[in-house]
Design a protein around this ligand. Structure first.
Ligand SMILES: Cc1cc2nc3c(=O)[nH]c(=O)nc-3n(C[C@H](O)[C@H](O)[C@H](O)COP(=O)(O)OP(=O)(O)OC[C@H]3O[C@@H](n4cnc5c(N)ncnc54)[C@H](O)[C@@H]3O)c2cc1C
Length: 423
């Protein structure tokens, strides 16, 4: 049986950060990374660029081709971990191998949720979370004039933006009253909807896709969707983008799971020597004070780095993350973090709209707990740092949303310690 000191399942944001971190502590311990995808680690947020401009996976790589050799990491691509015996420390892969490990990391990420809509098995229905998804969609596009995107979250918006760049007629169908409802407030959602509409996207909020239909003789290929109320939208492609869920299939019934793998502050699961990070696990949300799946890239990287340190024996605590996004859609930059809309009496919003840019910072007891920026996100880094460090900002809160806000707007003692505030 093969033996490795460290086995990492998942070769993406979390897994790569963990591998780098292990190597900082342990220069020689053997490392194996497994991925059921066919490609060396790539930037998942960039897959839309394959759709819009044909960007290759090689140009999305997280590390140069020499990375794995230089770091003395064995990597096995297109290889799925299919069974875990945590007591015997053995992992089985779909090519029949059994691997003995000392420390195991579950950096298995997330998997797209596909709602049980009748017809979702038809040719022309896709999800959009991997480079292979982007390739399959791109290959289908020559037959496509009209697309329906189910879901107006950030994955749906990314797909819509990319398809518009390919001159496809796009409709987004969103069940909630507005797009990006999880990461923006009403004002910023409206700005995104306006930018999308100006770019030619039709947005239907408060609506549901009830079935995906085919008029073809074989009944295989998509030709329309039916919405609640009976309206039909003709289309040749449907992209399901209603969200993702933690990918835990490998360890169901083995480690404690509650909508995500449960980990402590050292990223340890309930089973000794088994760690997790990223989209697969629940993380401490330092703003909300609760545990939740925080499916964003920076959380996977930071949590993976901490997991790697601990696996290699250098104790490190993860102080948690919060929801955080900075994205451009249809030419409009948006940034958001933490609590973006709350009816809580203790919550105070400080907001300003100036020259087409919207800036809002949300405070609780004088400390930043959230932000929404649309049109200009250049100051999001500083606000995020103030938020993370829980700096009292009550005395200068108005300046945070001013157009000319910068480090020098902060009290002298703060900007003098600017090394601690990442711009
Ligand atoms: C279209 C899109 C756009 C996004 N844009 C942004 C953005 O702008 N900003 C942002 O912060 N976040 C964005 N995200 C989210 C971000 O990509 C994720 O939070 C991040 O990739 C999580 O990293 P991870 O390492 O936890 O998991 P993943 O990136 O999901 O990687 C997990 C890997 O493990 C593999 N794997 C799982 N199980 C097994 C197994 N049993 N055996 C072998 N391999 C396995 C998977 O195939 C996958 O390759 C976006 C996501 C998508 C889909």
């Amino acid at each position: 049986m093969e033996q490795y000191k460290y086995v990492i399942v998942g070769n993406s944001a979390g897994g790569m950060a963990a591998a780098r971190s292990i190597r900082k502590v342990d220069a020689s311990g053997s490392i194996l990374m497994l991925s059921d995808e066919r490609y060396p680690a790539y930037s998942r947020p960039l897959i839309a660029k394959h759709l819009s401009e044909g960007k290759s996976v090689d140009r999305m790589r997280l590390a140069p081709p020499s990375f794995y050799d230089e770091m003395r990491i064995d990597v096995r691509l297109a290889t799925k971990a299919v069974a875990l015996d945590s007591a015997a420390h053995v992992l089985r892969t779909d090519d029949g191998n059994e691997i003995l490990w000392e420390q195991l990391l579950l950096a298995t990420g997330s998997t797209p949720v596909v709602p049980p809509v009748p017809g979702s098995e038809r040719a022309g229905v896709f999800t959009f979370t991997t480079f292979d998804d982007a390739m399959r969609i791109a290959a289908h596009l020559p037959a496509v004039e009209r697309a329906v995107i189910v879901g107006g979250g950030f994955i749906g918006l990314s797909a819509a933006d990319a398809l518009r760049k390919r001159k496809i007629d796009v409709t987004i169908v969103e069940m909630l009253p507005r797009v990006l409802a999880g990461m923006l407030d009403e004002t910023a959602s409206a700005m995104v909807e306006e930018a999308a509409t100006d770019a030619g996207v039709r947005i239907m909020t408060g609506r549901r896709v009830e079935s995906i239909n085919s008029d073809s003789l074989t009944g295989r290929t998509v030709s329309s969707v039916t919405l609640d109320g009976g309206a039909r939208l003709p289309c040749e492609i449907v992209i399901m983008a209603v969200g993702v869920r933690a990918r835990t299939d490998l360890v169901d019934g083995i480690v404690d799971i509650d909508r995500g793998i449960l980990v402590d502050e050292y990223m340890r699961t309930s089973v000794p020597d088994v760690y997790s990070c990223g989209d697969a696990c629940k993380t401490h949300d330092y703003v909300r004070g609760s545990q939740g799946v925080i499916a964003v890239w920076p959380n996977a990287v930071a949590g993976g780095a901490v997991a790697g340190s601990n696996m290699a024996g250098a104790a490190q605590v993860y102080d948690g993350a919060t929801t955080l996004n900075a994205l451009p859609y249809f030419g409009l930059s948006i940034g958001s973090a933490g609590i973006v809309a709350s009816p809580d009496d203790d919550i105070e919003d400080v907001a300003r709209t100036e020259r087409g840019c919207y800036r809002k910072v949300t405070l609780k007891h004088g400390v930043v707990v959230g932000m929404v920026f649309a049109g200009d996100t250049s100051k999001c880094g500083v606000i995020h740092a103030l938020m993370k460090k829980k700096v009292p900002v009550g005395d200068f809160k108005e300046s945070l949303v001013a157009e000319d806000f910068g480090l020098l707007s902060l009290p002298r003692e703060l900007w003098q310690s600017q090394v601690t505030l990442e711009e």
